[in-house]
Design a binder for this molecule. Sequence first.
Ligand SMILES: Nc1nc2c(c(=O)[nH]1)N[C@H]1C(S)=C(S)[C@@H](COP(=O)(O)OP(=O)(O)OC[C@H]3O[C@@H](n4cnc5c(=O)[nH]c(N)nc54)[C@H](O)[C@@H]3O)O[C@H]1N2
Ligand SMILES: Nc1nc2c(c(=O)[nH]1)N[C@H]1C(S)=C(S)[C@@H](COP(=O)(O)OP(=O)(O)OC[C@H]3O[C@@H](n4cnc5c(=O)[nH]c(N)nc54)[C@H](O)[C@@H]3O)O[C@H]1N2
Ligand SMILES: [Mo]
Length: 688
Amino acid sequence: MVSPGALQNKSMAVYTTACPRNCYSTCAMRVEVVDGRLRRIQPHPDNRATSEGPCLKGLSYVERVVSPDRILHPLKRRPDGTFGRISWREALDLITERLEAYRHDPGSQSVLYYAASGTKGLLNAAGSSFWRAYGGSTTTYGDLCWPAGLEATRLTLGANLHNAPWDLENASLIVLWGKNSAETNIHQTTFVDRAIEKGAKLVVIDPRRTQTAERADLFIQPRPGTDGALALAVARLLIEGGRVDREFLGRHVLGFRRFREVALEISLGESAAICEIPVSDIERLAEALGTLAPATICAGFGMQRYTNSGQTMRAILALLVLTGNLGKPGAGWQFANLQSAVFDEVADPIAFYPPEKPDGVARVSISTARLGRDMLAADDPPLKMAWVERGNPVTQNPETHRVIEAFRALDFRVVVDQFLTDTAREADLVLPAKTMFEQTDVIGAYWHPYLQLKQKMLDPPGEVKTETEVYQLLAGRLGFEIDFPGTDDAEVDAWLERKLARFDITLDQLREGPVLAPGHQEIAFADLRFPTPSGKIELYSEDAAERWDADPLPRFAESEESPRRATSTASRYPLYFMTPNTKNRIHSQFNNLAMIRRLSDRPLAMIHPRDARERGVVDGDKVRIFNDRGSLELEASFDHGLRRGCVAVTNGWWMTDGGAVNVCSQGRETDMGHGAAFHDNLVDFEKA
Ligand SMILES: Nc1nc2c(c(=O)[nH]1)N[C@H]1C(S)=C(S)[C@@H](COP(=O)(O)OP(=O)(O)OC[C@H]3O[C@@H](n4cnc5c(=O)[nH]c(N)nc54)[C@H](O)[C@@H]3O)O[C@H]1N2
Ligand SMILES: Nc1nc2c(c(=O)[nH]1)N[C@H]1C(S)=C(S)[C@@H](COP(=O)(O)OP(=O)(O)OC[C@H]3O[C@@H](n4cnc5c(=O)[nH]c(N)nc54)[C@H](O)[C@@H]3O)O[C@H]1N2
Ligand SMILES: [Mo]
């Protein structure tokens, strides 16, 4: 605690708030502000999922808000490529002039509005509202993160819901399948530990021996992109061994008999050969799923970024369906829990589809996964301008070089960000963005079921303006109105109160702490009603065939860029390039802070010592990772826990750090959901 003496003549206040980063945990926290400065960040006990308190990233906000690298006023690119300060009036004049000109010729849709996942909140919708009122811009469809899994889940269960995070401690078997909770959802490990203390067994399935794998009873390291074949072989063993829940299948499941035929098509030996794992791994996984109940599978997001991922996710989910592990405590499929997404269009994965009839006037023609290529291909009208907010597409979207080429082909680029990211460096005009402490907003989560308030407790520094204010000012100049509050805090509060009113929730409640989402189900699907076309769980899905031209059954097929496919790329580049997330960053955020850099100051190429030896590389050597699309030069670090044939570099490093992994990836979509299949990405490396 702060000693009273230290506070003499100082103002101190404690606020409840929540971290709005794109992260499962979405932690509740209590923040002390002393004399207008963030002083201390502590846990908030009322969020049962995150009561242990925020991670290091959460604590590093004390640095982030006052970082000397923060952009505090509008910046304009000079002819020599450097940036110079300009006034808001100049910046807004310039934008207004451009927007008026483009609206007239070649039309409003020559402006691309690109927004990504930098921060959550209801007020983010101000952007879409502004661009609609402008006359309609071009926007993107699909998403970088999770659509293949969302869609696989929707096709099978009808909705993306799961049991409350704390219910995991009731499981007797937990399978962390392609999920690295120890780094990406650290609060989940508390519940995993409690389950283990009560006797649960833990299985981890990942080509990399992650921190999460360290505590597993069974650890399986399949070849990337082959989990579908593994799941089907496990299904076969469960079916042949009579270890399926016949009553559950009879009552609640559509297509078991047809699914059974698909599972019986693949032999144990074939599956082991496809996944490059011992047969005994498959047997042990089937034994665990066949004998331990209740069982929960927590499926990660990394695994659903291959071209075959929708089908992979359906095959894995089928294992819970066969064993009747749904709708009960300790059981179920934890992929995304959208119970708190009561305001959010994300609640419905359909929102990711390119609408047949675009919403009002927006033209949704650009796939997020193929951003660079699709931008370059747009010709009716061609793109003239881009507005980027909450995103860093240069490092985070596939095919960095194409993305840069597409941005450079435009006449005018505006980027709104807190820092001069690789994307901001491509802009003509950079507008400073607020942080989570500088505007109040309501946020949901995709793992726990709480609605939370992210509270304003600091005035924006320098000349920083909130996005809503910038849009208000521009709308005023362009002569239209948008229904969003501008600068005034009371207006923001009133706007949020109105939104919350329909759920009988008040801002005052949220100021105290997290509130369970209206209609929250602690145990998802407890009534065993599934909002699919048939009302049952669908192992056989007509919808999959109609919407995605996919097999209605989740048969396994090699992913597009597999070394086992006889394509030219595959034969030239034998190694899988894995680009996972890492503990102390959220994608491209946080790594510019001294607190975080102390723990990792340079990108490393994790390689298997035997792959290294074949290439004459020793630990610490500089290596060049490359394919036809690009290359990176990094320091090699031996990793005995990595599968042979894989190279891993965490994603989110900036180009200025030399580690932007998407220089090697290809912009292509997943088999369903319009996700980005980054991980279909073969490379090789050599000593640099
Ligand atoms: N600290 C931190 N937390 C985060 C984030 C972050 O950047 N940093 N990002 C947040 C976001 S936006 C997301 S989407 C989530 C992602 O959370 P996770 O899904 O847990 O994270 P990833 O690192 O994308 O992938 C998890 C694991 O999948 C493995 N994997 C890759 N391919 C395959 C495969 O074919 N089969 C199997 N079985 N495993 C495979 C990778 O080796 C990796 O260890 O994390 C969220 N939480
Ligand atoms: N190769 C490879 N690429 C990947 C992944 C991978 O596993 N491998 N993971 C993918 C995944 S899962 C995701 S979710 C995406 C993430 O992709 P993005 O959403 O583009 O990534 P972030 O790095 O989180 O960057 C968002 C930017 O938002 C800014 N920002 C934060 N708050 C605000 C705000 O309030 N206002 C404004 N205007 N800006 C703000 C941050 O400073 C940051 O520069 O990356 C994807 N890219
Ligand atoms: Mo993500």
